[in-house]
Design a protein around this ligand. Structure first.
Ligand SMILES: [Zn+2]
Length: 408
């Protein structure tokens, strides 16, 4: 795709080039604090980072947090700026100006994934500490050392690995509870992808930490399948809080422990392709990724004849319907997509540096298009079971009772 920028020539500062530190790990935030209503009391935790924060976030997030934030920042000299419309180069340029004028000495990011990605990248560019305050359970962006950069119109451009995870993560469940249920459902979809992608990209790794990350991704999947429906039925309840931890924290742990080698595969590549289409912009990151998992499983079925993938897809279709995640293009409001647009999304998903090529077989845009339009196709396999789509030997050989006990 001609509009895919070369990160090596991008105007945005990139992370340090490969060096003696190329194996460096960015596993976790410096500190994670969590609880209900804790933001208002965070002043002393924030003091160590400076006295002149720039607070960046989405308008809804800042409005939801304003009262708590005002209390927490008593005695600070803060300025506030919006991250709208996206984590884009033009927004980052504007925020750099605001930060410079304010002489900001640390960054506070408030919001969902895009706002937090913006805050992290702003801090990275200015070499400032960053505090992340998620206001939705929609992604693990509050945790990770990675920012995705989009165009002002919301088309994915590239990601930027950061030197480290945020200095402080404040998870205030009262704030997260202000977000609609749909946001947490999207976070569940994004977190589910950890297993379906990591088991493909890293399932045969002998590296201790990567083996650990892949196994944690399976446990995360099991927890999500077990508790998500209850969580979404009872916002603010115990299961809900556990699923917020799963989406915001544990998904981040897996990304941190797995590191750069524990890569995304087709689910996120399909997401990236879909973002090239304005018609997809009404859906959330995690919703597109959830749909992308189905596309990935469909590819494994179509190209490899994988029965396990077929079984897993049927299982997920049932689960998605229960928690209102999209199962088809039509569910995302793209039922009338043109062949040209479908081709554009699939072609972007297959660009030469795309993570889709971590699949163990070659794919072309036409095959991806076929998978994208058949995510809810029936299969001839036996009724859905809870068998793993990607068993990782030898761990399954001992009998993975935890997986077997899961009920939807
Ligand atoms: Zn994601």
């Amino acid at each position: 795709m001609s509009n895919f920028p070369d990160p090596t020539t991008s105007t945005l500062p990139q992370s340090a080039p490969v060096s003696a530190f190329s194996g460096a790990l960015a596993i976790a935030p410096g500190r994670v604090v969590r609880g209900s209503g804790i933001l208002a009391g965070a002043g002393s935790a924030l003091e160590k980072f400076g006295s002149r924060p720039i607070v960046v976030g989405g308008e809804r997030a800042i409005a939801a947090a304003q009262a708590s934030l005002d209390t927490a920042l008593t005695g600070f000299t803060a300025t506030t700026a919006s991250t709208a419309p996206d984590c884009s180069e033009s927004v980052l340029a504007r925020l750099n100006q605001v930060a410079a004028t304010h002489q900001a000495d640390f960054v506070i990011g408030l919001g969902g994934g895009k706002a937090l990605d913006t805050a992290k990248l702003l801090a990275h560019q200015r070499q400032l500490p960053v505090v992340t305050v998620p206001t939705a359970g929609a992604t693990c962006a509050a945790w990770t050392a990675l920012s995705n950069v989009y165009s002002d119109n919301g088309a994915f451009l590239y990601d930027v690995p950061l030197d480290q995870c945020p200095d402080l993560l404040i998870l205030d469940y009262n704030l997260v509870a202000t977000a609609p249920n749909r946001m947490l459902a999207a976070g569940i979809g994004d977190a589910l992808a950890k297993w379906y992608e990591a088991s493909i990209s890293s399932g045969t790794s002998q590296d201790t930490l990567i083996v650990s990350a892949v196994q944690q991704a399976r446990v995360l999947r099991d927890l999500l399948l077990q508790y998500s429906i209850t969580a979404l039925d009872e916002p603010g309840g115990e299961a809900w809080q556990q699923m917020v931890d799963a989406s915001v924290l544990m998904a981040g742990v897996i990304g941190g422990v797995g590191g750069a080698q524990c890569r995304t595969v087709a689910a996120h590549a399909v997401h990236n392709g879909l973002t090239q289409l304005p018609a997809s912009h009404g859906t959330l990151h995690g919703e597109k990724v959830a749909y992308g998992i189905l596309v990935q499983l469909r590819l494994e079925e179509m190209v490899q004849g994988s029965q396990l993938a077929a079984t897993a897809r049927q299982q997920l279709l049932e689960f998605y319907r229960a928690i209102h995640l999209p199962t088809t293009l039509a569910d995302m409001g793209m039922g009338a997509i043109t062949l040209e647009d479908l081709d554009a999304a699939a072609t972007f998903a297959c660009h030469k540096r795309s993570d889709i090529h971590h699949l163990p077989f070659p794919v072309s845009p036409s095959v991806v298009m076929g998978a994208m339009v058949s995510t809810n196709a029936p299969t001839r396999v036996s009724p859905p079971s809870l068998e793993s789509a990607h068993p990782v030997q030898p761990y399954d050989a001992d009998g993975d009772r935890h997986s077997e006990e899961i009920t939807l």
